[in-house]
Design a protein around this ligand. Structure first.
Ligand code: ADP
Length: 123
């Protein structure tokens, strides 16, 4: 199984790592420079503190389910990594679509955050 790592330079001279593997599995490496990494996370590893406060549009979820079933997830959801605990605040429809499709993992763009970042999201 071949793995490819594409390093894209960004304007602030950090770089974004985009991983692709032929079997969809994460390559098992984290970011070497603190930038975001894209990899598959098990759904149950992502805490969603605001899930009960925001209702998803069921039609959008259904459309995403149909599309993801056909062509897969095209844009990863954003996830915050605070001391090894993953938090999702957006991507709610994509997350629910994965749940309802019974998919075990979801492709995530993971950024490191501090407890202060987390508090900001929870405000
Ligand atoms: P969410 O709450 O997940 O952000 P939205 O309806 O606001 O839901 O946005 C759906 C997002 O999902 C869009 O940014 C779209 O580009 C992305 N997306 C990723 N994969 C797919 C797919 N297979 N079909 C349709 N949209 C997709």
């Amino acid at each position: 199984m071949a793995n490819f790592v594409l390093q894209l330079p960004t304007s602030n001279l950090r770089s974004i790592s985009v991983y692709a593997s032929s079997n969809g599995a994460p390559p098992g490496t984290g970011s070497q420079n603190g930038g975001p990494v894209v990899l598959e996370l098990p759904l149950e590893k992502i805490r969603r503190p605001l899930m009960r406060t925001r209702a998803n549009d069921p039609n959008r979820v259904q459309e995403l389910m149909d599309s993801i079933r056909q062509i897969g997830l095209q844009v990863p959801i954003d996830v915050l990594d605070v001391d090894g605990v993953y938090y999702g605040f957006s991507g709610c429809h994509r997350y629910e679509a994965h749940l309802r499709l019974g998919l075990p993992t979801i492709r995530c763009k993971i950024r490191r955050g501090t407890k202060e970042t987390l508090r900001h999201h929870l405000r």
